[in-house]
Design a protein around this ligand. Structure first.
Ligand code: FPP
Length: 249
């Protein structure tokens, strides 16, 4: 956690290093306006843009977004197709702006389930926004796609089994750091703050391992209405929290 002065705010606040968001409420937002659910998803992309800008402005170093869960594959085919097309379009539309801002773009999840076309565009976008050797990105933007916490833990456990297949006695000494390095989030600090929009108060199989000590913030705002002001308010709220990690402070 770093002490940081908001660039455009008077107060000095503790800024979380990693903010993660469960973007929820697109469907309800659209239905409230008499539109199909997909209308909400396309407006949700504008909130993504606003939050990226707000994260850069507030000095947040990692912003991660839960865009599509493993369970979301069970939605109607037309909605899944629209979400995948939106992702493809958002990458094509936004990647140069991200690069310009010094943002490194990454996608984490079960990539095997994505279409080869989307996988290819993700790969190109990741290469395009990779920082020059020796340079730090201003922000890491991580999109979780076809991701679930249990899937991540299982794929790490499988890798662990392979690693120790010929020497199972080594398993005795496996610690949380070694296991964490097998998760798809290896090298990414655990989220300090996990926000869920739309009033739902659950973690929905998101970062089950990584959010063990995250501060949780549930806000009523539906995702398409979550903009810069809401992002800043969440960071301000975080800065008032007293994190103890199971100890006494
Ligand atoms: C949850 O709302 C939102 C999603 C499943 C998709 C989020 C995707 C985007 C905002 C679009 C693209 C993202 C990026 C990163 C470019 P919901 O459909 O569950 O809403 P509901 O709970 O009201 O039904």
């Amino acid at each position: 956690m770093v002490e940081n002065k908001f660039r455009n705010m008077e107060e000095t606040v503790k800024v979380p290093v990693h903010v993660s968001i469960i973007m929820d409420g697109n469907g309800r937002w659209a239905q409230q306006r008499g539109h199909e659910r997909v209308y909400g998803h396309s407006h949700g992309v504008e909130s993504v843009r606003a939050c990226v800008e707000a994260a850069v402005e507030t000095g947040v170093r990692y912003l991660s977004l839960f865009a599509f869960s493993e369970e979301n594959w069970g939605r109607p085919e037309s909605e899944v197709d629209t979400l995948m097309s939106l992702m493809f379009k958002a990458i094509a539309d936004e990647i140069e702006a991200l690069k310009k801002q010094g943002v490194r773009f990454r996608v984490l999840g079960n990539m095997e389930r994505l279409s080869p076309k989307l996988r290819e565009s993700i790969h190109k976008a990741e290469e395009r926004t990779a920082p020059e050797p020796g340079k730090e990105p201003v922000l890491d933007l991580i999109v979780f796609l076809s991701y679930s916490g249990k899937w991540d833990i299982l794929q790490a456990a499988r890798k662990l089994a392979v690693k120790y297949a010929s020497d199972p006695s080594g398993l005795e000494n496996v610690d949380a750091a070694e296991f964490g390095d097998l998760l798809v989030t290896a090298g990414v600090p655990d989220p300090d703050l996990v926000i869920r929009t739309s009033g739902e108060q659950r973690i929905s199989n998101y970062l089950l391992w990584q959010a063990a000590y995250s501060e949780l913030l549930f806000v009523d705002t539906l995702w398409p209405d979550f903009g810069k002001d809401e992002f800043r308010a969440a960071v301000s709220e975080y800065s008032k929290r007293n994190r103890r990690y199971g100890k006494v402070k």
